[in-house]
Design a protein around this ligand. Structure first.
Ligand SMILES: Nc1ncnc2c1ncn2[C@@H]1O[C@H](COP(=O)(O)OP(=O)(O)OP(=O)(O)O)[C@@H](O)[C@H]1O
Ligand SMILES: [Mg+2]
Length: 267
């Protein structure tokens, strides 16, 4: 039996480091995610946010440290990784849809081939989740016929079809035209309200402030601050957090009292 710990957490990251050659990208990362939490990770380019998500999803192997899922260490055996990945889904900046498949097929394929569910079950799930993201009218369309925002909503529906326990998002709106961003953020906000556990790397500060249960600020491979959005956006403790946020906040948000002024963090 593998080591168990953090039994009340869906995900726990312990002392995680990652290097590419002699370039250390993640340094002693520690944090936990409880059921239903929505964690937003913010930080400047190159701070290691994507690498962290990729380690959590086992797309990269950490150099050091452990990842726990529901209290058990996630092992490096491919079989364990495949089963883990069906429970910890990922939504990418670039959608990663299969271009030669219809929207419906995109949503069904892993449900039948990975989860070995029947076609009927896969179709039912696909239609349910495509409806929820407003993409039901497009089930027979191919990705090339969709806008970026529509593709991302399909990618989210596809991830939901696997009935994940956690969904990871790596800058899901960064590749979108500005007018498409709101629709995708709304879908994510609704998902958060359903109680789905989510870890979201984003540059959308207003979204992080309004939707996250905790916001993590990363810099140079470190978690510099991990706090409630109220604390992090309106009373950041670390000067690096303050400096980062000052690029998004009007004036100096760090001193701006109790943060009831929503416009203050409007990114
Ligand atoms: N496969 C790789 N091989 C070598 N170096 C890598 C690899 N992937 C990432 N890096 C390096 O790791 C560092 C962190 O990259 P990462 O993509 O995790 O940053 P990020 O915070 O997601 O940045 P952004 O906001 O631009 O997406 C960067 O210096 C990057 O060049
Ligand atoms: Mg990134």
């Amino acid at each position: 039996m593998a080591e168990t710990k953090y039994n009340d957490k869906v995900i726990a990251i312990e002392d995680l480091s990652k290097s590419f050659g002699d370039h250390q990208v993640l340094r002693k990362i520690d944090f936990t995610v409880g059921k239903g939490e929505v964690i937003c990770i913010v930080g400047s380019s190159g701070s290691g946010k994507s690498t962290l998500l990729r380690c959590i999803n086992k797309l990269e192997r950490q150099t050091d440290g452990k990842i726990y899922f529901n209290g058990c260490v996630v092992a490096d055996k491919q079989r364990d990784i495949n089963s883990y990945r069906s429970k910890v889904g990922m939504v990418f900046q670039s959608f990663n849809l299969f271009n030669n498949m219809t929207v419906l097929k995109n949503c069904m394929i892993a449900v039948t081939s990975v989860l070995h569910e029947s076609k009927e079950e896969a179709r039912e799930r696909a239609i349910k989740h495509l409806k929820a993201v407003g993409m039901a009218p497009y089930i027979n369309a191919y990705p090339a016929q969709l806008s970026g925002g529509q593709k991302q909503r399909v990618a989210i529906a596809r991830a939901l079809c696997m009935n994940p326990e956690v969904l990871l998002f790596d800058e899901p709106t960064s590749a979108l035209d500005p007018e498409m961003v709101g629709g995708v953020l709304n879908v994510m906000k609704e998902l958060a309200q359903t109680g789905l556990t989510m870890i979201i790397v984003t540059h959308e500060m207003a979204f992080a402030r309004d939707v996250s249960t905790r916001t993590i600020f990363m810099d140079k491979g470190y978690i510099v601050e991990d706090a409630s959005p109220q604390e992090l956006f309106y009373h950041p403790k670390n000067p690096r957090t303050r400096e980062f946020l000052s690029r998004f906040l009007e004036g100096d948000g760090s001193d701006s009292s109790d943060g009831d002024g929503k416009e203050a963090a409007g990114a």
